[in-house]
Design a protein around this ligand. Structure first.
Ligand SMILES: [Zn+2]
Length: 253
């Protein structure tokens, strides 16, 4: 699917305000419809019902951040034949300790230490910080994204006051991916000529994931807020699975 690229032109509706980097997209905006479809089509977990999209925001980067990304993308582009950085729009779920995006006007980023969502929107990703968050790193210390929105949803953690959940849609310079079916936790750098690792489903993975190891290979582009409603039958299924794990005995259905 075609998306307009990052641009130095600020989106319509953008007013420079301290602590804000989001512009709400109108549901009538063609980009809103494209992103909603992209999110819904990428929702692959059969047991998780497709959620309703509540709001979509465009993320406005600083010029400095945009220039660093474009510089890296150009380097990857000229190293490949044909010239193409293989940029993809991939999902990332993380902790949200505030109510950012719950209403179209709620666009002020918070400064709560545990609110990684606001931190990523403010300063983009930091491979050092991403590496520290999870003990298990399937493909080493890198920045993890996925083509599967329902997988990114697994990594979302919110506060109980909100009926919504959130994922980031990111522009990722995938370049030449090193594809792996098996975990490789020892991975710290890529072999010459590669720009990312793509974990393919089959052996150790159920759903795709893409890892980059350079901060400038990725920028958050959009924030999707969606309903957190879980139908009652799924809650029962979850409860059975929790009970069965706790007591290590199957629960009769
Ligand atoms: Zn926040």
């Amino acid at each position: 699917m075609a998306f307009h690229g990052f641009s130095f032109k600020k989106p319509a509706g953008w007013t420079r305000k301290k602590g804000t980097r989001l512009v709400a997209l109108s549901p009538q905006d063609p980009t809103y419809a494209q992103l909603e479809k992209h999110f819904q089509d990428a929702w692959k977990h059969p047991k998780k019902p497709k959620p309703q999209v509540h709001a979509i925001f465009e993320i406005v980067l600083t010029e400095e951040s945009l220039i660093a990304f474009l510089r890296y993308r150009a380097l990857v582009e000229i190293s490949r034949v044909p010239r193409n950085a293989n940029e993809q729009l991939l999902f990332h779920g993380t902790n949200r300790a505030c109510l950012l995006g719950d209403e179209r006007t709620r666009t002020r980023l918070c400064t709560v230490t545990g609110c990684l969502l606001c931190s990523v929107i403010r300063n983009s990703f930091d491979v050092g910080k991403c590496g520290k968050r999870h003990k298990f790193r399937r493909f080493g210390t890198g920045i993890y994204t996925t083509a599967c929105s329902s997988k990114a949803d697994d990594y979302f953690n919110g506060i109980p006051d909100s009926p919504y959940r959130a994922v980031l849609v990111n522009r990722v310079v995938v370049g030449n991916p090193l594809t792996r079916q098996y975990n490789a936790e020892e991975l710290t750098e890529l072999p010459f000529g590669y720009h990312s690792v793509v974990g393919v489903p089959g052996a150790d993975l159920n759903y795709e994931e893409t890892v980059v190891y350079t901060n400038d290979a990725i920028r958050p582009a959009y924030l999707i807020i969606y309903a957190a409603d879980v139908p009652p039958e799924l809650r029962v299924a979850d409860l059975k699975s929790i009970l069965s794990t706790l007591f290590k005995t199957p629960v009769a259905s």
